[in-house]
Design a protein around this ligand. Structure first.
Ligand code: UT7
Length: 321
């Protein structure tokens, strides 16, 4: 028997308001044609004032609890991956804990921007396997719309708000179910290519997203292909063994180029960037929940998750559902 973190449930939550490219083009110098051609994005959800990273995260967590047939009392660990917390502190994870009514447990945030969910999954996997908790909620939740410069068309058209959650349970298994491998990377020397120009310790303000898009694009394809190769080698499997890839949803061209590099057919890649845009740490769990709920991802499937973002940080995980 091997102790593993098993996927017991998924959930997601999107803000009420959905904005099309055409609507955006009324307030920003852009066009539906440019956005679709360069990114594949058609819509994004934008949070209203009463919708926050914690409320969206809590709604996603509640769905994951229901899907797993568990209650808040069962949860021993809550990790929220986010770059847009409700407050500088306390951690959004403690806010989620209060909102879902979970009693005393471990709760903290992980900040690795778009790779945050992969970092959170890897930390939860280690903590579950070493006995820190039996059941964990791992959440990616963002309200990126709050840190966008709506005058900067090179960034504001790319992002959206939302949350996704998974429930992981520690189980002793005699098969290959559960998280089989995770790999994480960071290279801080590239921090000025994708960053926020403010913060508590520098400007005392929240700041806005700044990005050298073309450079980020180039690094993303290289790093994602390489980390996917690493996790697949860790589990001794090849591209043809993968049932589904759930990639970070930043740009359809990055997703297509990465899949092509690995020889993965487009039919096995879950794509939501057209509907959600880039929701940073929320994009992978949002896409995963969608594909689980519509029946594409089923028990027994081999699923690969990957993401890359500011830092740079990047990572991947392989799991058997
Ligand atoms: O979450 C992880 C981090 N994010 C990413 O992975 C994003 C990575 N980068 C990208 O997805 C792409 O680089 C972008 C979508 C950001 C940009 O696409 P691109 O093909 O690299 O375009 P570009 O930056 O080279 O810009 C091409 C042109 C420029 O005009 P000129 O200089 O050629 O006249 C821009 O000014 O497109 C112009 N442009 C726009 N035009 C209309 C930039 N943004 C817009 C816009 N609408 N929103």
């Amino acid at each position: 028997m091997t102790r593993r973190a098993i996927l017991a449930g998924t959930g997601s939550s999107l803000p009420r308001t959905r904005v099309s490219n055409a609507e955006l083009a009324k307030r920003v110098d852009t066009s539906d044609e440019w956005i679709v051609e360069r990114t594949g994005i058609r819509f994004r959800h934008i949070a209203e004032p009463d919708e926050t990273t914690a409320t969206l995260g809590a709604a996603a967590a509640q769905q994951a609890l229901e899907a797993a047939g568990l209650s808040p009392e069962d949860i021993g660990l809550i990790i929220v991956a986010t770059a847009t917390p409700d407050n500088t502190f306390p951690a959004s994870a403690t806010k989620v804990q209060a909102l879902i009514g979970a009693p005393d447990c471990i709760a903290f945030d992980v900040a690795a921007v778009c790779s945050g969910f992969l970092y959170a999954v890897s930390v939860a996997d280690s903590m579950l396997r070493t006995g820190a908790a039996k059941h964990a909620l791992v959440i990616g939740s963002e309200t990126f719309s709050r840190i966008l410069d709506w005058e900067d068309r090179t960034t504001c058209v790319l992002f959206g708000d939302g949350a996704g959650a998974i429930l992981l349970s520690a189980e002793d298994v005699d098969d290959d179910r559960g998280i089989l491998a995770t790999r994480l990377h960071a290279e801080g020397k590239y921090s000025d290519m994708l960053y926020v120009d403010g913060g508590p310790s520098t400007t005392g303000t929240v700041g806005h997203v700044r990005m050298q898009g073309r450079e980020v694009f180039r690094h993303a394809v290289t790093n994602l292909a390489s980390v996917l190769g690493e996790v697949m080698a860790d589990v001794g499997l090849a591209a043809e063994d993968i049932d589904w890839v759930v990639p970070h949803q930043a740009n359809k061209r990055i997703i297509d180029a990465t899949a092509k590099k690995l020889g993965l057919p487009a039919e096995r890649v879950v794509l939501t960037v057209d509907q959600h845009a880039n929701t940073s740490a929320a994009s992978v769990p949002l896409a995963l929940d969608l594909a689980v709920r519509d029946g594409r991802i089923k028990r027994g499937d081999l699923v690969v998750l990957e993401a890359m973002g500011g830092g740079f940080t990047w990572g991947a995980a392989v799991l058997r559902i």
